[in-house]
Design a protein around this ligand. Sequence first.
Ligand code: SF4
Ligand code: SF4
Ligand code: FES
Length: 261
Amino acid sequence: MADDKKIKPLTTGDRTIPPAGAKMIPIYIMGREYMVPETLTIMKAIEYAGYKYIRGCGCRGGICGACGTFYRFMGDYKLRAGLACQTVAEPNMIIMQLPFFPANRPGYNLEDMKETPHEELRRLYPEVFKCVGCGTCSRTCPMDIDVMDYIALMKRGNLKGAAIKSFDCVMCGLCASRCPAQISQFNAAMFVRRLYGKHIMPKAEHLKKRVAEIKTGKYEQMFKELAAMKEDDVKKLYVEREREPEMAEPGKWMPKDTSKL
Ligand code: SF4
Ligand code: SF4
Ligand code: FES
């Protein structure tokens, strides 16, 4: 067992220094016991124990999905899952991080898929149609996404529903690692969101217009003027800018000065 009297400073990451006298708790990292201060996330506890992240750590904010982790509590049969950067370490956790999972990820060209998107899903991800509805993926997802449901929507050809339902996926791969039908849910969902964005979702006409305007060079002079300004003047301009009121009706509000639009 590690020395639990002296609290070591953290050596990597965003350097949360536990308060002096913090209670030490036992955790198990890859089968070995360590004493770490309570209140740390699993990620910080692993670093506290002396490991240095080279992979398996990215944003530290629950967004990138690099730190998928499985754990069990000593004496409890239940396998749990979470993101190491978001889950607080608790006494007697037995932890194993899974920074990568080999999942089906075929190549494709979205341009050719306008007419039969559901058939393309069937061709690229046939395993999606073998889902047995066990719900393990939904119970595993650290983002609380109903993964089984978006897979069911895919099977039924409701690609819009699947794209919207899977939108919060952080691609950690934990769902795929437990699927008895060997489905790579997160990659299939990414494919469906791409298809939806490319061929199904209505195009934003105002964006098209603005991109065309940018290409004409309409804003070049304004950018040059901004780039030549002193930092304090840029800050002042930003702070004093005309802002859209919080309760403005969508699409109705316009600034009084439209000369820069
Ligand atoms: S759907 Fe799968 S890959 Fe996406 S966040 Fe949930 S468990 Fe992770
Ligand atoms: S874990 Fe696999 S088989 Fe079970 S519900 Fe999820 S996608 Fe279907
Ligand atoms: S490090 Fe990015 S989600 Fe945990």
